[in-house]
Design a protein around this ligand. Structure first.
Ligand SMILES: *Cc1c(COP(=O)(O)O)cnc(C)c1O
Length: 397
């Protein structure tokens, strides 16, 4: 078991802050500041346009894809980076629907992230071919898998409760009825072991600014199963996904392999930050991360239930059924969270009443967990939360 404590110094976490929101925005990796400065000052500033070749910017989406691949159980050459997760969901859903032209149900669950469902809805309207989105309860997904389902589109780890689907099992059931699968890994990549190849998942997409610590708005990634990759229609057929972008042909011919999933010019400065962030993951075995994550999430649940019984656990109690964040509901959850944040214990809030705590073994410790619970206990006992300034909802919760 590696000593994760030794990685905490790789991150810039201000003194006095207990950071439990890496599931929304990972902290700044120290290496990122220098890498961004190098890309800005040297590559952009001096090399200018030449840097696409001299610094290899053009290959960064693929190179970074290959660095993310081992964290999600993907073969090298199956992941590319760029654009946002929402756009990637649209792209792979459009591609998958083209592969099942005789079916019209997009199956998802009611715990899916709204953006995924909005994107599916927008796509269905655009395609205008009788597609229907069905969002069933998470426990009812398996039973709803029958042969009208074109695509099963799920978020692996629920963004609110942390409930985790069995990816291999549901993918297998989907394939038995001829459906394709899309997995959203927003709360999985860097949080729990994922085995995309092993599960035979058809498509996956994720973001890099949560557990992977790539920085606010850092680009998303997309995975295509190796045996689809030479035939999939990329749907968002931008010039950088063309077989020969600099031939500037008017006819679109998709590139070989995952490069066909590229769309337009990558966000180079953001990719520089992500590249530095991924250094923190070198030599990390996700099974060790998982073991440590379970230890920490379990400690958090035990401490909360022992000391603050009025908060109700909304995450699964069984460790194997949850990801790496834990949520508790409380009628004053919003104000409690703002009071916690004012004390430097940073989690977040999800409507209607959930306090959400992301636990990231790369930098969180048992002391963080105990300090957070102690702070919440004090806030409740003192009534410190009961102030107007903690009750006014901010734009981002
Ligand atoms: C964070 C998150 C997103 C965000 O998508 P963006 O396009 O990056 O804003 C999408 N899906 C899930 C499940 C998320 O948790």
């Amino acid at each position: 078991m590696p000593d994760f404590q030794s990685r905490r110094h790789l991150f810039s976490i201000p003194d006095g802050v207990v950071y439990l929101d890496g599931n929304s925005l990972g902290p700044l990796p120290n290496a990122a500041s220098k890498r961004i400065a190098n890309t800005v000052e040297k590559e952009w500033g001096i090399d200018l346009i030449r840097a696409w070749n001299t610094a290899g910017w053009i290959d960064w989406p693929a190179n970074l894809g290959d660095r993310i691949a081992p964290l999600v159980g993907a073969t090298p050459g199956t992941v590319t980076v760029g654009d946002t997760l929402s756009i990637r969901i649209f792209q792979v859903l459009a591609a998958a629907l083209r592969m099942r032209p005789d079916r019209n149900v997009i199956l998802t669950d009611s715990g899916n992230f709204p953006s995924d469902i909005y994107m599916a809805d927008g796509l269905a309207r655009l395609v205008n071919d009788g597609h229907r989105i069905e969002a069933v309860e998470p426990e009812a997904v398996a039973d709803r898998l029958v042969d009208d389902v074109a695509v099963l589109m799920l978020t692996h780890v629920d963004y609110r409760t942390g409930r985790m689907h069995d990816m291999a099992e549901l993918t297998g059931l989907a394939h038995e009825v001829g459906a394709l699968t899309i997995w959203d890994l927003a709360h999985s990549a860097g949080a729990v072991p994922v085995d995309l190849d092993g599960a035979k998942a058809d498509f996956a997409a994720g973001c890099t600014y949560k557990y992977l610590n790539g920085g606010p708005g850092s680009p998303g990634f997309v995975y295509v199963r190796p045996d689809h990759i030479e035939t999939v229609e990329p749907a968002l057929s931008g010039w950088l996904g063309h077989a020969d972008p600099f031939a500037f042909e008017l006819d679109y011919t998709p590139a070989k392999g995952r490069d066909r999933m590229r769309i337009g010019t990558p966000s180079v400065i953001a990719l520089a930050a992500l590249d530095a962030a991924l250094d923190a993951w070198s030599d990390v075995d996700m099974r060790d991360v998982r073991q440590r994550s379970i230890e920490l999430t379990q400690l958090f649940i035990d401490e909360m239930e022992a000391r603050i019984p009025e908060a109700k656990l909304v995450s699964p109690r069984a460790a194997e059924a949850r990801g790496s964040h834990v949520s508790f509901s409380h009628p004053e959850g919003y104000a409690l969270m703002q009071a916690l944040i004012a004390r430097g214990v940073i989690g977040d809030f999800r409507a209607p009443d959930m306090m959400r705590f992301g636990i990231a073994p790369l930098y969180n410790t048992k002391d963080d967990i105990r300090a957070a619970v102690t702070a919440l206990k004090e806030i409740l006992e003192s009534g410190e939360w009961d102030q107007d300034r903690f009750k006014t909802r901010a734009a981002v919760t």
